[in-house]
Design a protein around this ligand. Structure first.
Ligand code: ZN
Length: 203
C-alpha cells in the first residue's frame, strides 16, 4: 500500500501568512491533482500553543532567525505561527480534504519544536503517524507540502528511519530558504538518506 503525506499546507506558510514560503500556494493545485492518484492520504498540521518555545516573541531580546538552546536542542526562532485555533493554522481553503484518513497535529508541546510529522525534534514525542501507517499496511510513502527544508525534510528522514520506502514529490513542495541554497541542500540530504526524488507527473 502507498500513502500520500501532505505536510503543513496551512495559511501561515502561504504568501501573506506569518511564516510565508515563497510560492507556497503553488503546491495546492498540484497536491489536489495528486490526491486522485492515492487511496490512502493523511495530512500533518503545525499546531502550536501561543507560548511555544520556538517563537522569538516568547524570548525577550531575541530576534527571528536567531538560535537558542531550547531544552538541549539547537532551535532557530520563528515568527509566531500556526497558533491553535487561529486562521493561520487552518489548511489552505482550496486544499481538498475529502479523502483524508487522518490529520496528525504536531508542535503542541511548548518545550520542543516538531518539524517531522512523526516525532518531536528531541524524538520523545510520537504523533502516532508511523503506527497508523503500519497498521494500515502502508509500506511506501510519498511526501509533499511545506516547507521542503524543514517539516518536509524531517518527515522524509524519519519516514526512512521508520522503514518506509520514501518518495519526495519535488514539484509539490517549496522551501523557506533562509539561506538561498537550503532547498537544494535539503534535497541532497534526503536523497543521500535514501529518498527517491520524483515528480507529480511520474506518479
Ligand atoms: Zn511551527
Amino acid at each position: 500500500m502507498k500513502a500520500l503525506i501532505i505536510v503543513d499546507v496551512q495559511n501561515d506558510f502561504i504568501p501573506g501568512g506569518a511564516l510565508a514560503v515563497a510560492e507556497g500556494d503553488m503546491v495546492v493545485p498540484i497536491i489536489n491533482q495528486l490526491q486522485a492518484k492515492f487511496d490512502f492520504i493523511v495530512a500533518t498540521q503545525d499546531w502550536h500553543p501561543a507560548d511555544h518555545g520556538s517563537f522569538a516573541a516568547n524570548h525577550p531580546g531575541k530576534n527571528i532567525g536567531e538560535f537558542i538552546d531550547l531544552n538541549g536542542v539547537n532551535q532557530i526562532l520563528w515568527p509566531v505561527h500556526c497558533v491553535q485555533g487561529s486562521q493561520g493554522a487552518e489548511f489552505h481553503a482550496d486544499l481538498n480534504q475529502e479523502k483524508w484518513r487522518a490529520i496528525f497535529q504536531k508542535g503542541m508541546n511548548p518545550q520542543v519544536d516538531s518539524y517531522s510529522g512523526f516525532f518531536d525534534n528531541n524524538r520523545q514525542g510520537d504523533t502516532g503517524l508511523s503506527q497508523f501507517l503500519k497498521e494500515n499496511g502502508v509500506e511506501e510513502i510519498f511526501v509533499c507540502g511545506l516547507a521542503e527544508d524543514y517539516c518536509v525534510k524531517f518527515t522524509v528522514l524519519d519516514g526512512l528511519e521508520e522503514g518506509f520506502k520514501v518518495h519526495l514529490i519535488l514539484d509539490a513542495t517549496r522551501a523557506v530558504n533562509i539561506q538561498p541554497d537550503d532547498f537544494s541542500k535539503a534535497m541532497i540530504e534526503m536523497e543521500n538518506a535514501g529518498a527517491v526524488i520524483t515528480h507529480s507527473v511520474s506518479i
